[in-house]
Design a binder for this molecule. Structure first.
Ligand SMILES: [Zn+2]
Length: 417
C-alpha cells in the first residue's frame, strides 16, 4: 500500500551532511521509502496523506550500547570509577533479574520509554539470566523496538551477578534456541575480558564462528580496566588482542567506549571492521575520559553512539548526542581535536547506528525509522527560524512530549495524534 507523509523532512545521509526538504512529501510503499519530493508527483495524488504540518520528520535514534538491567539504577551512583562502580552498584542490581516478574515490569517500562523517546533500534546488553533476556526481547518486540540483544556471559569477578562456565555456555545455547523474534536478533555478549575466563571466551569465539553470530563487548574504557586486562593476558600487547585471541574480534563486532584506544588499537578496528560505540555521557560520569571520536572516524573506524545506561544518565538519544558534542568540545580544549557539529553527532546517533543493521537514514528502499517532532511549544524565537536552526534546537531541547509520532521498521509505533 502506498502512503504519504507530509512535513519538514530532515536527515543526515552521511557524516556531516544535513539534507532538508521544507514542506516535503515522503512516499512509502508498505512502510518502505520510495522517494522524498519537494512537491508530490501527480501519480501519487490519490494516495492517503498524513500531514504533519510544520512538524519535523527526522530519522529516529539508534542506541548502540545500553544495559537493560541497569535501568533501575538510572541517575544514581556515578561517584566511582568503572571497576568499583561495577562491584558496588551494578552487579548487585543485575542479580535481581533472576526474578522474572520484576524483569517484566522493568523491561516493559524500558521498551516503552525507548519508543516514546524516539529510539527504534538498539544493541543492548541484558544480564546473565536467560529467561529475563527472553522477556526483554519480548517486551522490545511488543513496543516496536528493533535490533540486537545479548544474554551477558560472565563467569569471573561478578559477585552475585556471575555464573559458572558450564552454566554460561549451556544457558547461552538454551537462549539461542528460544530466540524467535521478528525484529530482535541475538548478539553474543561476553561482558568484557575481566569478566570471562579463557575457557568461556574460547567457547564463545567458537560459537560466533560456527553460527555466524555477531559480538558486542567493551574496550579500553578506563585505565584501571586496561591495567587489569594487561595482568590477565600478559601475552597481549593491547587490550583488543584479548578479543582477537579468542575469535571475537571480527567484522561487525561492536566495542563500547574505546576511550583510551591508541593508534594500534584504532588501526586494528579499522582493518577488521570492528565498530566503536561512543558513550560520551557515561565516559564523563565515571571519569573515564573523552574518546577520540574524530580520530577514529579519520582512521576509517565505523562509529555509532550509545546511552550506556546506567553509566550514562540519559536514555533519550538526543541528550546523548548533545553530551557527545559537549564531550568533544572538552576534548578540543584539551587536545585541539575539532569538536563534533550537530549534524555530525546526529548522524552518529541515528543513521550510523541504523546502518549497522543495513541501510540507514532516509535512503530509498529502507523501511522507515523516523520521529515526528512538534517544536511549537519550544521557546518563542525572535524571528522565523530556518529549518537547520529548528533541527539544532530540537536535538538539544527535544523531550518526550515534543515527539508526536514514531515509526519503526515501517510501522507507526507511537501516535499522539
Ligand atoms: Zn557498557
Amino acid at each position: 500500500m502506498t502512503t504519504i507523509l507530509k512535513g519538514n523532512i530532515l536527515h543526515a545521509p552521511a557524516f556531516g551532511a544535513l539534507e532538508t526538504v521544507p514542506g516535503g512529501c515522503m512516499v512509502l510503499e508498505d512502510g518502505r521509502i520510495q522517494g522524498i519530493y519537494p512537491v508530490l508527483p501527480e501519480r501519487y495524488a490519490a494516495c492517503p496523506v498524513t500531514d504533519y504540518g510544520q512538524g519535523l520528520i527526522m530519522p529516529s535514534f539508534a542506541d548502540m550500547h545500553l544495559h537493560a538491567p541497569q535501568y533501575p539504577m538510572l541517575g544514581m551512583g556515578m561517584d566511582l570509577p568503572l571497576l568499583d562502580w561495577l562491584d558496588a552498584y551494578t552487579f548487585p542490581v543485575e542479580a535481581h533479574f533472576a526474578d522474572n516478574e520484576y524483569a517484566r515490569l522493568v523491561y516493559r517500562q524500558l521498551a516503552e520509554d525507548l519508543i516514546s523517546s524516539g529510539t527504534t533500534r538498539v544493541a543492548m546488553f541484558s544480564s546473565r539470566h536467560t529467561d529475563a533476556t527472553l522477556i526483554l526481547m519480548e517486551e522490545l518486540e511488543r513496543a516496536g523496538v528493533c535490533g540486537a540483544v545479548g544474554k551477558v556471559n560472565m563467569d569471573r569477578s561478578g559477585g552475585p551477578a556471575q555464573e559458572g562456565t558450564e552454566e554460561s555456555l549451556r544457558e547461552t545455547l538454551r537462549w539461542l534456541e528460544a530466540c524467535r523474534f521478528a525484529h530482535i536478533r541475538p548478539i553474543l555478549t561476553p561482558r568484557f575480558i575481566p569478566s570471562c575466563t579463557d575457557g568461556l571466551l574460547e567457547a564463545l569465539g567458537e560459537l560466533a564462528r560456527e553460527r555466524g553470530l555477531p559480538v558486542q563487548s567493551h574496550l579500553s574504557e578506563n585505565q584501571g580496566e586496561i591495567a587489569l586486562v594487561a595482568r590477565l593476558h600478559p601475552d597481549c600487547a593491547h587490550y583488543w588482542e584479548g578479543y582477537r585471541k579468542f575469535g571475537l574480534w571480527k567484522e561487525g563486532t561492536l566495542m563500547a567506549h574505546c576511550v583510551h584506544s591508541g593508534e594500534a588499537e584504532q588501526e586494528a578496528m579499522a582493518e577488521s571492521g570492528v565498530w566503536a560505540v561512543h558513550c560520551a555521557a557515561s565516559n564523563v560520569n565515571l571519569c573515564s575520559g573523552t574518546a577520540p571520536v574524530r580520530r577514529l572516524l579519520e582512521r576509517g573506524v565505523r562509529v555509532a553512539l550509545g546511552s550506556d545506561i546506567a553509566g550514562g544518565d540519559q536514555l533519550a538519544m538526543n541528550r546523548v548526542i548533545a553530551a557527545s558534542i559537549r564531550a568533544s568540545k572538552v576534548r578540543q580544549m584539551e587536545t585541539g581535536e575539532a569538536f563534533l557539529t550537530v549534524p555530525e553527532a546526529y548522524y552518529l546517533g541515528s543513521t550510523a547506528g541504523h546502518a549497522y543493521f543495513g541501510g540507514g537514514g532516509f535512503a530509498t528502499g529502507q523501511p522507515l525509522h523516523a520521529i515526528v517532532v512538534d517544536d511549537g511549544e519550544m521557546p518563542r524565537p525572535v524571528r522565523e527560524l530556518r529549518l537547520e536552526e529548528r533541527f539544532e534546537r530540537a536535538v538539544y531541547l527535544m523531550e518526550k512530549r515534543h515527539i508526536r509520532a514514531v515509526y519503526s521498521e515501517g510501522r507507526k509505533v507511537l501516535d499522539r495524534g
